[in-house]
Design a protein around this ligand. Structure first.
Ligand code: AMP
Length: 364
């Protein structure tokens, strides 16, 4: 049911990471309170939020206190356990909903869903036993990549394998949990599309961007992607088709491999995405404000790009160079307030913008 949240209402945010921190800032700007559910008080979103409940994902008393304190619930962490999502959705509107979340948080469900609506992925097969692992290696071939079905992120929980003799060892080292085996795609580029879908079904998509990864972690996003127009449009149209099929409300990111003339979906994320951070400094309305608008039942804002952008993640010790970035007058520095620097940890990002001649490549 379409429900417009008036300013002064409280948006509940599941997860306390940097995505929640940036969304909380957008919520505040629109006159909402943001109440974060975090695992610990030193998580980045807590200091940006008006209020926080600190609790584990299995602390249902804390989850109930959180639900009682908010008007609508959204998330910045996609691996909210399904029973928690169902529990909360029975108490307050949860956007995106339980089904969209269940699809996006399990690679088997995700790929099954994508293929069922005619969206191409890398060749893949499910792995749930030694017998299915053997069958998967036969059908997918090598080289391949074995990924845990649930909970993997930033390249964690995945192993590249070159032949069937190492498949069993690789699966054991991943804990013999349900996995997918995927063929390695010799992609030319990786791109993504971030879009928002409102409660009224209106979709606002940002232009496709190019993403460069190192060791499975996003390093740099170039906006817009230098792509043939036909591929850029196909990427947007496919992302919109996915959002529609999921009856999605909120912000959705779709990551693709470009393999010759084909676009293959790698994965989807049911939340604002690292590859959408550039929109904070280069678009009329950014992905975080779109998330707040969508879950609050407001009209979506314009995704028009007023600048071109290069977004660079500050990972681990790269954050120590913050003084160099802040001394660059054209650079927008964003730091996440994390106290401890760890290798591979996203500590902040910096976006360098340059003007475009006229707004281009935007759907609204
Ligand atoms: P993921 O966690 O699935 O997003 O994977 C992280 C990164 O690993 C991707 O952005 C790619 O750079 C790389 N990768 C994942 N799956 C494949 C694949 N099937 N073929 C080639 N590279 C892959």
């Amino acid at each position: 049911m379409l429900k417009l949240l008036k300013p002064g209402s409280t948006i509940g945010m599941l997860g306390g990471g940097q995505l929640g921190r940036m969304a909380a800032a957008s919520a505040l700007r629109l006159g909402y309170h943001c109440h974060v559910y975090a695992q610990s008080a030193d998580e980045p979103a807590v200091e940006a939020a008006s209020d926080a409940t600190i609790g584990a994902w299995d602390d249902f008393a804390a989850l109930d206190r959180f639900a009682d304190a908010v008007d609508v619930i959204t998330l910045e962490f996609e691996n909210v356990p399904p029973e928690v999502a169902r529990h909360l959705a029975a108490r307050k509107p949860l956007r995106p909903g339980v089904d969209a979340l269940a699809t996006a948080q399990d690679r088997i469900a995700e790929k099954t869903f994508l293929n069922s609506i005619g969206v191409e992925t890398a060749r893949w097969a499910r792995v749930e036993s030694s017998a299915t692992l053997e069958a998967a290696t036969q059908s997918v071939g090598f080289p391949a990549i074995l990924k845990v079905a649930r909970q993997g992120y930033d390249g964690k929980g995945q192993i590249r394998i070159s032949g069937s003799q190492v498949a069993e060892t690789a699966w054991t080292s991943l804990g013999r949990v349900p996995c997918v085996l995927e063929g390695i795609v010799a992609f030319e580029r990786e791109i993504s599309v971030v879009l928002a879908r409102g409660q009224d079904g209106v979709i606002a998509a940002y232009p496709a961007v190019e993403n460069r990864h190192e060791n499975g972690i996003l390093q740099e996003t170039l906006a817009p992607a230098a792509l043939p127009q036909i591929l850029a449009e196909e990427a947007q149209a496919t992302a919109e088709r996915i959002a529609l099929a999921l009856d999605f409300v909120g912000v959705l990111a779709v990551e693709y491999f470009i393999d010759g003339p084909r676009l293959l979906v790698n994965e989807i994320a049911p939340r604002p995405h690292n590859s959408g951070h550039w929109t904070m400094d280069a678009c009329y309305v950014c992905q975080f404000e779109q998330q707040i608008r969508a879950v609050a039942g407001l009209p979506l804002g314009s995704t028009i790009r007023h600048s071109n952008a290069v977004m660079t993640n500050l990972i681990g010790e790269a954050v120590l160079e913050w003084q160099t970035h802040i001394a660059d007058p054209g650079a927008h520095l964003h730091l996440y307030g994390k106290n401890e620097i760890r290798p591979g940890r996203k500590m902040g990002h910096v976006t360098r913008v340059s003007p475009v001649a006229r707004p281009a490549n935007a759907s609204r």
